[in-house]
Design a protein around this ligand. Structure first.
Ligand SMILES: Nc1ncnc2c1ncn2[C@@H]1O[C@H](COP(=O)(O)OP(=O)(O)OP(=O)(O)O)[C@@H](O)[C@H]1O
Length: 741
């Protein structure tokens, strides 16, 4: 079978999809009616797992239907900008909570909890921390393998054992049932959030008040929640994981303050949020500040110049790191991995000059610190006098995008931060839309070893999965477009940019959208190619921008702002923006280069369709070079569509196509994850251009012939004999000519 033909036939040009991407009357994620943030509401009992339905409010009306969007969703990308000073004039109204029960709500019995969990496709399991899994290990080595098997069997048994705590049905319950402060609760409502998303529904009661949440749950006697729980949350992109971890962190700080009668002016770093990129970290800071308005809790972005209260650890002290894992690398290597970037260096130089002039800086007032791994680690490992630093007051450690933080590239740095948070009662929560079982196993291993090191009771490690693990972007349209060559791909992208529909790619994408490339060089090159594609009358080259990690921090921040404000319509980028970043108004994603893994596909496409919005579209181009790697992405698309209840006839990827695509070998998958498609890394095919290889060769030959002729003429006129040789001689002759001048 000719695989190319098969793939080309696999591209569906469904008329049905045309409205989703921008035809008249298309439902846009940015400008359409606000979606219900919940993804699933199955009719359990009869059609479990079959159909996605909209949740209805208490009066039977569709939840949040008819409300205009907040944030960037109001941006009209084609309208004139409002006069300066007239923006943001809409009054902020703190809503009362009509749904909130007047008295303490009655807790649901386990059957009701089970119904809710099933209908929203929520699955909670205890991965570690049940009494039976922490039985002391026998000393003899010979029994080791048998023990391991038993351990495995026990954890497999645990995994299957689901439990059903109280769900959060309404945000009003936070205050009335779980005792969250009025201010925090009001701040949440003020943002226009009405119904909790699935992940919020499943995790907030457990993280806020585990004892109460588990009051009616059966078979949970063998876990001890006195010190809270550790938690892994796996939920679709755009499903509201950020506030799921911020609310418990803010709440615990407020609780401690009121219990201990702390001075509101006193700020101790009590929670650390680690995120893989600075864009995501600053977004989390913004979200945190919105939630913490009026509470006195300070949410701060880690900077190189920030001085935090930390404890020195003596060099010769046996640290938790020594005990936790012998196979972890030395701190030297960690320090190397934590080499500062140029930006950070210049920040630091600037700061040290300032310090010298103004004396030592006062300690920063921080309650919740948000950071990327490298920058915090640089602070912790500051090693002038043989000391490392620890943060013993941190009670909450949050890994956002935990799978990437704990994957090979950032693992050492992330684990070092984990160790530095040395409080024995530290609560860890990890979040992502994708979480491999290797990452889960790593977390299990470390929480168990940590408990043993600190000689404390092992807290339960609970995992929540919403929908199907690792596969979910169910609420958007997916498209796979095959072009045989790289120049063909560029043409196809231009057609998507063009305001007129094309037979090959379907209707144009409605701005704003993100275009992902494999490397920084390709992002830059694509930007150079497309810069002048938008007519001047529509804003010209200012409408297209490029963002990647080689740009200075300031420029990155500015581009992000311009994109959020709707000034930039097409943002060309790399995977630096693939995770976590929340642009509410993004209508489309173009994977100009095939993502490096199924997880990367999930995260990239998840930049559209946020908070349950429908109408977003993810287009993935692939060429002949990508065929060996496309299957895992096609699988994700097929599963996402199945989750969304799409029938076989409407599917983007037909079953026969899936069967025909070659399986990706494990070693290829690994290589791809680290390096991407090899041919796109440097030179040759990696260069982005509309010219075919033949045209490029022809042009190169022309340029070379003209150069050679010029050089010959120059040498003839200067009478140099050396210049009359072949190509090599001409080069030498060039140098001669230079000297003669
Ligand atoms: N209950 C809610 N109702 C409506 N919108 C919500 C709700 N919770 C969060 N949101 C909004 O949903 C959007 C996505 O939230 P968030 O960025 O936390 O998603 P996420 O799950 O972390 O996504 P990702 O996996 O891509 O990081 C944000 O704009 C947020 O304000």
């Amino acid at each position: 079978m000719d695989i190319l033909k098969v793939l080309s036939r696999g591209i569906k040009k469904s008329q049905k999809n045309t409205t989703a991407t921008g035809g008249n009357g298309a439902q846009l994620p940015s400008a359409g009616t606000r979606a219900n943030p919940q993804l699933y509401h199955d009719d359990v009992g009869s059609t479990h797992g079959k159909k996605r339905k909209r949740r209805r409010g208490p009066q039977g009306d569709e939840v949040a239907e008819g409300h205009d969007d907040e944030d960037a969703s109001d941006v009209d990308y084609f309208a004139p900008k409002p006069a300066p000073g007239t923006e943001n004039k809409t009054p902020v109204v703190v809503e009362t909570q009509p749904e909130a029960p007047k008295k303490k709500a009655k807790l649901l019995d386990e059957d009701e909890c089970r119904q809710t969990f099933r209908s929203h496709r929520l699955k909670l399991t205890v991965l570690s921390g049940r009494q039976e899994t922490v039985a002391p290990k026998p000393a003899k080595k010979a029994k080791k393998s048998k023990d391991k098997e038993e351990e495995k069997a026990a954890s497999a048994k645990n995994e299957k054992k689901q439990f059903y705590p109280q769900p959060l049905n309404l945000f009003g319950e936070l205050k009335h049932v779980y005792g969250v402060s009025s201010q925090l609760s009001d701040n949440l409502i003020r943002q226009g959030f009405r119904a909790p998303t699935e992940v919020q529904m499943g995790c907030l009661p457990l993280l806020l008040q585990p004892e109460m949440a588990l009051k009616k749950a059966k078979n949970m006697e063998d876990i001890n929640v006195d010190k809270g729980i550790d938690f892994l949350g796996v939920a679709p992109t755009g499903s509201g994981k950020t506030i799921s971890f911020l609310i418990p962190a803010i709440d615990s700080i407020l609780r401690r303050r009121s219990e201990e009668g702390t001075d509101p002016e006193e700020h101790i770093v009590s929670a650390v949020v680690v995120a893989p990129t600075r864009e995501l970290a600053s977004q989390i800071v913004n979200e945190g500040r919105k939630l913490a308005v009026g509470t006195g809790v300070r949410v701060v972005l880690m900077k190189r110049t920030l001085r935090l209260a930390a404890e020195d650890v003596k060099e010769d002290a046996k640290t938790e790191g020594d005990v936790l894992d012998e196979e972890e690398d030395s701190d030297d290597e960690v320090a190397e991995a934590a080499e500062p970037s140029d930006d950070e260096r210049s920040d630091a130089e600037h700061a040290s000059k300032e310090d010298a002039a103004a004396g030592p800086k006062p300690l920063a007032k921080v309650d919740i610190l948000v950071t990327t791994p490298k920058i915090l680690l640089n602070f912790l490992l500051e090693n002038k006098s043989g000391v490392k630093k620890a943060l013993p007051d941190v009670k909450f450690l949050i890994f956002d995008e935990a799978d990437v933080l704990l994957d090979s590239i950032m693992r050492k740095q992330t684990l070092a931060i984990w160790r530095a948070c040395s409080n024995p009662d530290l609560r860890l929560t990890c979040w992502s839309a994708t979480m491999g079982s290797n990452i889960e196993a790593l977390v299990v291993k470390h929480v168990e070893k940590r408990a043993a090191y600190h000689k404390v009771t092992l807290k339960p490690l609970v995992r929540l999965v919403v929908g199907l693990k690792d596969t979910a972007v169910p609420n958007i349209t997916h498209k796979l477009i095959y072009t045989a060559t790289e120049p063909g791909k560029l043409l196809a992208l231009r057609q998507l940019l063009h305001p007129v529909s094309s037979a090959d790619t379907g209707p144009p994408l409605r701005p704003p959208f993100l275009v992902f490339t494999q490397t920084i060089e390709r992002a830059q090159a694509l930007h150079d190619e497309l810069k002048y594609d938008i007519p001047l009358e529509a804003g010209g080259s200012t409408r297209i921008a490029v963002l990647h990690s080689s740009l200075p921090d300031k420029q990155r921040t500015q581009i992000m702002m311009r994109f959020r404000q709707g000034e930039v319509w097409v943002l060309i980028t790399t995977d630096v923006l693939s995770r976590g970043v929340d642009f509410v108004g993004v209508n489309g994603i173009v994977n100009y280069d095939v993502p490096n893994s199924a997880a990367a596909y999930v995260h990239r496409s998840g930049r559209t369709g946020r908070a349950g919005r429908t109408g977003g579209v993810a287009v993935t181009f692939y060429t002949k070079d990508d065929i060996p790697f496309v299957k895992s992405i096609a699988n994700v698309i097929a599963l996402s569509e199945k989750q969304a209840g799409k029938g076989a006839g409407d599917a983007t990827v037909q079953k026969w196509l899936l069967d025909a695509l070659p399986n990706v070998k494990k070693e290829d998958r690994k290589k791809l994850k680290v390096r991407g498609v090899e041919s796109r890394r440097t030179g040759g095919k990696a260069a982005i251009s509309t010219k075919s290889t033949w045209e490029k060769k022809r042009d190169n030959n022309r340029v070379a012939a003209i150069d050679a002729s010029k050089r010959r003429k120059k040498m003839e006129s200067s009478g140099s004999k050396e210049g009359r040789g072949g190509d090599g001689g001409a080069e030498d002759g060039g140098e001669w000519g230079g000297l003669d001048d």
